[in-house]
Design a protein around this ligand. Sequence first.
Ligand SMILES: *[C@@H]1O[C@H](CO)[C@@H](O)[C@H](O)[C@H]1NC(C)=O
Length: 443
Amino acid sequence: MRTEPRRTGHCQLAVASALLPGLVFVACHPSLETSPHCQRRGLVARSVTVDTGFEGAAVEVMRIAGNLVQLCLLPDGGGRHPKPKTETGPSSGGRHPGQWFYFRASELTKGELYQFQLDVSGARAWRSYKGYEVCTSYTGHHWCRCLGTLYDSGARILLWNVTAEASSCFFAYFEPYGLGQLESLLREAADAGAERRTMGRTTDGRSIDALCFPPGLLQTGREPAGEPTVVWITCRQHAAETQASFFAEGVVQSVLSEPLPLSLAIVLVPNMNPDGSARGHTRENAQGVDLNREWRPKADYSQNGRSPEVSAVQAAMLDTGVDVHLDVHGDEAADSAYSYPGLPRFRAPDHVAQLFDELEEELHSRSGGFYMPRPGSGSARTAAFWTGTQFGALSLTLEMPYKDSEPTKACSKSCRRLGSIAVDAIRSLGPRLGRFRRSRTRP
Ligand SMILES: *[C@@H]1O[C@H](CO)[C@@H](O)[C@H](O)[C@H]1NC(C)=O
């Protein structure tokens, strides 16, 4: 347990005081609820309310008693989405346990202490809340950590206290990244000359968009002379891993601030799971499917429509070919960013394994410890496995932490910075990456 708060003054938020309601609050504070003064005037003390009626929100209220708010996690879909259309795929589909939470507490009295208790026993990785601190914001724009967040591992409850600085306050597992922010990013990049392509549509009818630097790559599908190394960066197959959206912003910043050499092209998918993002899911799309388990070689899910997101991206990848693939995620338990190769080392060609090591070293040395190499490999149903197998690509799954404990410093800024660093690292390896490219023909 911490005895001293770290980074005091980290969260000096400018907050407009809630003036008029404040007067009522002062007069009728909960502890004065029964005072003759309040009763005489017909004023009833307000109690805290918890709102989840907005994009990406997810939590269930158990009990609110005075200044104590007791909550629990919702499973993905909250039990409300329909079962997947078919059960023939390798992923069982259905409700995955949640880990993501995002809500607003309102009707707070400035200066009052509020206690929050979140039951995380339903989480898919409840152990990983150890050493984790809740993200909070009064504005919805600037986020900081609730210093002194405790985790009771026996009861599996996350506990934090807040002295209210405004009448409402947001809390989330990590800094949220909404579809409005996604739209701004896509528009900003397109205005600056990138090509914005809609590769397909989700179950809820949202577009699955990619940014191509330089433009024209997805349009033509041709094989021009001096064909560039094609780098795919896919973000946020898992809705709650908003780190990946900030990473995407870093990629865009880097490419717009320094044009890519002619030998390099990047296709960026900033959000592969907009339905899950809007619904406040941890992993699933609208049909209850974990997208990063839908890439098994030879399987064709385009027929049954379980995961139109994966089908759309696969089709576009087959058009352009893939030389390098970064699939970007967040890891609940991690203390730092890391990645693992799409293909296990014994299956990857030597030159791919060698380039993976070099890319790791670049990420590690450029990120000042935010990225730490560590051994590991992923499932055969993941995107990086598929691109590794299908194209012989240098493919990897890149993970970023939720925790802000030393030395991690996981926040939107560090994730954005890692996105820029990844592009720099790819630039520096550039000429060597194209060496192992395979011909681009549909199988
Ligand atoms: C919150 O405040 C209460 C009352 O002061 C205290 O008993 C409790 O330990 C605090 N919890 C945390 C997580 O700091």
